[in-house]
Design a protein around this ligand. Structure first.
Ligand code: PMP
Length: 457
């Protein structure tokens, strides 16, 4: 049963029931949304309209893996702010450290370094292997600045990305292959500054021959990828794909740039440590500050030396690499506390084991009902997709999208006290997730799919 073979009438009927329940049980959220006349799209940031049900839940409070909305409903949170809260909501050690910085010492942002920055740099080096680090406030900025460094040191104009990748609001990364294999803008791209073919080359994930074809022109500064695509379902790398990328990058004089903003879920050193990826440039963001805006990019000594040796490059003023609040005392304090005390090796062990249970629970329902969907795990993260076998490229995975099914599953869960990431069918374990929370999801997933597939009486 492919998604299009589903009993659509049944799906729509079930969805109507879930929508009505959602509206009835969240009057305060609905009212606040209706009153938000001075917000573009009625929300603080337009993505917040991605939540299912016609209006987002309004947050009252959140701690650990629990969220409470303004209607007083409590949720087991598997969305974790789309990874921004992978350390749990308001983790104790992070809150203590930032409170001490803000209230006791003072100095949220001063453009002066603090000693914690070197600690964080050393810890990122220990975890991910790159020796030198610079800080940002978002993963988007880390990608943008690292891309500039890649162009500077290679003297080449283009970035090679993969179809349906996502690296933040980075202009280069919104490309899909056009009819002749050239980079064209993906559907819906807002206000591209120039044609994508001027800045970008694009290939399909898991297609080394396609990558090599793009590299042959000799104009690629960096191959930019996540170790597994995570923003179009989870598309795992096939054996040899990532080592092949490393090898091709070296052979064609391009840098390998790995974005671990989501795949950090793979383990304490991300997929880079787990699979020995050896990138030249590395990007991370979202989770490492425990929810306080933080990001970082790492460089090899070779890349750093090549950048520093360029007298014509302004790395300390308005050359395009830097941001006023980046590396602030607040952000660096948060990163230190989160890495030292929250996203520890022990925490990852538990989180990965729970994601294994989550995956097995979903798989059991897929096996029992025979729906041709797949579930993929990447460390502490798991995601189901409406295709079987699992898609091996971003384009294949994009073709398996089903908005009605997404909305049904999201609302079914939300109406019963579970949040799944709105952009995905993704679930992320945090240090506070329990076996009982996973069991709740397993039961609800079983019920949701059974309702969808039960023979008509
Ligand atoms: N890289 C990856 C892999 C991401 O998934 C995202 C956000 N989903 C980003 C970068 C950008 O993060 P931010 O929006 O915090 O800048």
């Amino acid at each position: 049963m492919a998604p299009h073979d589903l009993d659509r009438a049944r799906l729509v009927a079930l969805l109507d029931v879930e929508r009505a329940t959602y509206t009835r049980t969240h009057p305060r959220s609905a009212e606040q949304y209706a009153r938000a006349d001075h917000l573009f799209g009625r929300v603080p940031m337009t993505w917040m309209n991605m939540w299912s049900g016609g209006f987002p839940l309004y947050l009252d409070r959140a701690r650990g893996n629990r969220v409470v909305d303004v209607d007083g409903q409590e949720y087991v949170d598997f969305a974790m702010g789309d990874t921004g809260a992978m350390a749990g909501h308001s983790p104790g050690a992070t809150v203590e450290a930032v409170t001490a910085r803000m209230r006791d010492l003072g100095g949220i942002t001063t453009m002066l370094p603090t000693a914690d920055a070197e600690w964080v740099g050393a810890e990122l080096a220990r975890r991910f292997g790159l020796p030198l680090w610079s800080f940002t406030l978002t993963a988007t900025d880390a990608n943008r600045w690292a891309i500039r460094i890649a162009r500077l040191v290679t003297g080449r104009p283009k970035i090679l990305t993969f179809a349906y990748c996502y690296h933040g609001s980075v202009d280069e990364a919104f490309a899909v292959p056009g009819p002749a294999g050239q980079a064209v803008a993906r559907e819906g791209l807002v206000g591209a500054p120039v044609a994508l073919s001027e800045t970008t080359r694009v290939a399909e994930f898991n297609d080394l021959a396609g990558v090599e074809e793009q590299l042959r022109a000799g104009d690629v500064a960096a191959i930019l990828t996540e170790p597994a695509l995570t923003n179009i379902g989870i598309v795992l790398p096939e054996p040899g794909f990532l080592s092949g990328l490393r090898e091709l990058a070296t052979r064609y004089g391009a840098l390998l740039m790995i974005d671990e903003t989501h795949t950090f879920s793979a383990g304490p050193g991300g997929a880079t440590a787990l699979w020995d990826l050896q990138p030249d440039l590395f990007v991370i963001g979202k989770s490492i500050g425990g929810g306080i805006p933080s990001g970082a990019y790492g460089l090899t000594r070779e890349v750093a030396a090549a950048a520093m040796s360029r007298d014509d490059a302004d790395l300390v003023d308005v050359g395009g690499v830097g941001g006023t609040l980046a590396g602030s005392a607040l952000s660096v304090t948060a990163m230190r506390a989160t890495l030292e005390h929250v996203l520890t090796e022990t925490a990852f062990e538990r989180m990965v084991a729970l994601a294994g249970d989550f995956t097995a629970g979903v798989q059991a329902t897929l096996d029992r009902t025979g729906v041709p969907w797949t579930v993929q795990q990447l460390g502490a993260r798991a995601e189901y997709r409406f295709a079987a076998p699992a898609p091996r490229t971003g384009s294949d995975s994009a073709a398996a999208a089903d908005d009605e099914l997404d909305e049904y599953l999201h609302l079914f869960m939300a109406n019963r006290g579970v949040l799944i990431t709105p952009f995905h069918n993704m679930a992320l374990m945090c240090p506070d997730t329990s076996a009982a929370d996973v069991a709740l999801h397993t039961r609800l997933f079983e019920e949701a799919v059974t309702a969808l597939t039960r023979p008509r009486t």
